[in-house]
Design a protein around this ligand. Structure first.
Ligand SMILES: Cc1cc2nc3c(=O)[nH]c(=O)nc-3n(C[C@H](O)[C@H](O)[C@H](O)COP(=O)(O)O)c2cc1C
Length: 165
C-alpha cells in the first residue's frame, strides 16, 4: 500500500513549523538563500542541526558541497523575507533583504529570531531531497521577538494565552 502524493502533502500540511532561510555563498561568492521549514536540531553534544533540501533547488551544490551555511530562524513579521527566498524574482533576494557578514564569513539575515552559523558536517540522501547536517559554530538570538509559524499552507503567529486573573 502506498500513500497518494496529494494525501501525503495534505497530511504533512497539518504539521506546524517555524520558518528558516538557509543562506550561504555561491561558488562566485554571491550571498544566496533558500526558504526551508524542514529544519531540526539533531544533537546537543556535539551541536548538530539538519536541513532537508529539494534536489531541484537551483543552487543545491552550494549547500551540499560548500563548506558552511547559516540557518536564519525567521521572526513574526518576516513573511516578506520568507517569500523573497521561496519565490525569487529576477533580482537576487539579498539585494533587498538586509544582512551582515557573520563570524564565519556567511551572510546572516538581520532582525531574525535566531541564527546558527554551521560548518557542513555531512550530506545524506533522502528520496528527492538531500539531508544536510551542520555543526553549529556560532549561535545568536533575540529574546524580544516571536517566531514566524507556517501551518496548513499559510503563515501564522503564536497567540498569547489569555491571562487568568
Ligand atoms: C514556508 C516554506 C517552506 C519551505 N520549506 C522547504 C524545505 O524545507 N526544503 C526545500 O527544499 N524547499 C522548501 N521550500 C521551497 C523553497 O523555498 C523554494 O522551492 C525555493 O524557491 C527554491 O530555491 P530556488 O528558487 O533557488 O530553486 C519552502 C517554501 C516555503 C514557502
Amino acid at each position: 500500500m502506498t500513500v497518494e502524493p496529494q494525501q501525503f502533502r495534505q497530511a504533512l500540511a497539518k504539521f506546524a513549523s517555524g520558518v528558516t532561510v538557509i543562506s550561504t555563498l555561491s561558488p562566485d561568492s554571491e550571498p544566496i538563500g533558500v526558504t526551508v521549514s524542514a529544519f531540526s536540531s539533531l544533537s546537543l553534544s556535539p551541536p548538530l542541526v539538519l536541513i532537508c533540501l529539494d534536489q531541484a533547488t537551483s543552487q543545491i551544490r552550494a549547500y551540499t558541497d560548500g563548506p558552511a551555511f547559516c540557518v536564519n530562524i525567521l521572526a513574526a513579521g518576516q513573511e516578506d523575507v520568507s517569500n523573497a527566498f521561496a519565490f525569487p524574482g529576477p533580482v537576487p533576494p539579498f539585494r533587498s533583504v538586509p544582512f551582515k557578514t557573520g563570524v564565519s564569513g556567511l551572510p546572516v539575515i538581520l532582525n531574525t529570531l535566531a541564527s546558527l552559523e554551521c560548518r557542513r558536517e555531512a550530506v545524506h540522501p533522502g528520496g528527492d531531497h538531500e539531508i544536510v547536517v551542520g555543526s553549529v559554530v556560532e549561535a545568536t538570538w533575540n529574546d524580544a521577538l516571536e517566531p514566524l509559524i507556517y501551518a496548513a499552507g499559510r503563515y501564522r503567529s503564536l497567540a498569547e494565552p489569555e491571562k487568568v486573573t
